[in-house]
Design a protein. Structure first.
Length: 411
């Protein structure tokens, strides 16, 4: 394919942004920057776009690199980097990558919109969790949008060259992100083949990534930091009562954030002191004992913290309108909030709710609890997922017992 000049590349990219529905304001912003870039290239007698040209342009006109090193780069200036990155992506892949989809539809082709809707129902019929369905449909939509940008108009036109070119766009993403995207593609192509949208089953051609779960070291909390985190919670206000109960449910019982968000009043069997629910991830029923500290924390929240709203869900947001947490909310902001209040540095460890599950599992393992028992507590279908905790350094484990004492508010 003949290499496009910078001028032609910009013209084609502008047409792609129009197809994608970019606003007039955004288009004007990009056009002004690209006009400046064209002038800069002409002054250097350069006909084609290169990464070096883009970096030199940013440095001369916006002093980007120096500001980045000094830490004085502001958000509006970061957008100038997007101007250059978009040109490079489009030149290399013929598509606009790393887009922000919050206010923009991913797909614009009526045909592909219908395909993705059918694929969504296919995933639901497969009994995938709602989180998995959402993830698969979003990632599949991105692939179909890429195909649309390459002038592909139907599923039967998809070929291995197109698929390989899309996979190349994933370069630079984390291992986990690539793994998830390939899983989504595999499911999409299986759907296309089974529904007769394509004569070939490309799911068999998607490269398999060797799982690295068994080599990953889980993030665990020390006793000191976990105590600091919980102590920082203001259990005298309604939101603090909610957050305290949530954190105990994770660190004491090992619940996933997706399950905490979906807990209803019916899940708490108070007379039997049991918490019974269907897990979002595995779709299996899990029954856990309601420990004294967890039980009183939840009761304290229900009595004196939870807004008086008619909702079957136990935990809700405390900003009007008082609604349940969304599916995309992993509750990580709760951890980050109290880490900041407690003065706990984030460092290189993950600070999401899942890190508290890791801590519970690692502690149980260090105390000699059999893996099948830990698997049952964490809601794993088998012990394979639990063996990851064997990788935690035993000396590190001894620094993080959960045997600290706290006063529970009973009234």
């Amino acid at each position: 394919m003949q290499k496009k000049t910078l001028k032609v590349l910009i013209m084609d990219l502008e047409q792609e942004l129009l197809r994608l529905g970019y606003t007039k304001g955004s288009l004007n912003y990009y056009k002004k920057r690209w006009e400046m870039l064209l002038k800069f290239a002409n002054e250097r007698n350069e006909l084609y776009y290169t990464e070096r040209l883009g970096i030199d342009f940013l440095e001369k006109n916006f002093n980007i690199l120096e500001k980045d090193v000094s830490g004085t780069l502001i958000q509006s200036e970061v957008q100038n980097l997007r101007v250059i990155r978009m040109l490079g992506d489009f030149q290399l892949h013929g598509s606009v990558l790393r887009r922000y989809y919050k206010q923009t539809k991913i797909l614009h082709s009526p045909y592909f919109i219908e395909v993705i809707n059918d694929f969504k129902h296919y995933c639901i019929d497969k009994n995938y969790s709602s989180v998995t369905v959402g993830h698969y449909t979003k990632q599949a939509s991105k692939f179909l949008d890429f195909a649309d940008a390459q002038s592909v108009t139907s599923c039967c036109e998809i070929n291995l060259i197109l698929i390989n070119n899309y996979i190349k766009t994933l370069a630079g993403y984390t291992y986990k992100t690539v793994e998830q995207q390939l899983c989504s593609l595999r499911s999409l192509f299986k759907f296309m083949y089974q529904k007769g949208l394509h004569e070939k089953d490309f799911s068999l051609k998607i490269p398999m990534i060797q799982s690295r779960k068994q080599t990953r070291i889980p993030s665990v909390w020390s006793a000191e930091d976990l105590t600091k985190l919980i102590t920082a919670i203001d259990r005298g206000n309604p939101m603090g009562k909610r957050d305290y109960a949530i954190i105990l449910l994770v660190s004491r019982l090992g619940l996933r954030s997706s399950d905490i968000k979906k807990l209803t009043f019916e899940n708490f069997h108070w007379e039997d002191k049991q918490l019974v629910f269907v897990q979002s991830k595995t779709r299996t029923t899990l029954s856990l004992p309601i420990t004294q500290d967890v039980g009183w924390a939840v009761i304290d929240y229900l009595r004196y913290g939870r807004p008086k709203v008619d909702s079957p869900f136990v935990f809700i947001r405390h900003l009007a309108p008082f609604l349940p947490f969304t599916e995309g909310d992993h509750l990580n902001q709760i951890i980050s909030k109290y880490m900041k209040m407690a003065g706990i540095p984030k460092g290189k460890k993950k600070v999401g709710m899942h890190s508290l599950r890791h801590t519970l599992a690692s502690l149980l393992l260090e105390k000699g609890t059999p893996l099948p028992v830990i698997s049952e507590i964490l809601g794993h279908i088998n012990t394979q997922s639990t063996t990851v905790y064997l990788k935690v350094d035993i000396d590190k484990l001894k620094e993080c017992p959960l045997d600290f004492k706290e006063d529970i508010v009973h009234d």
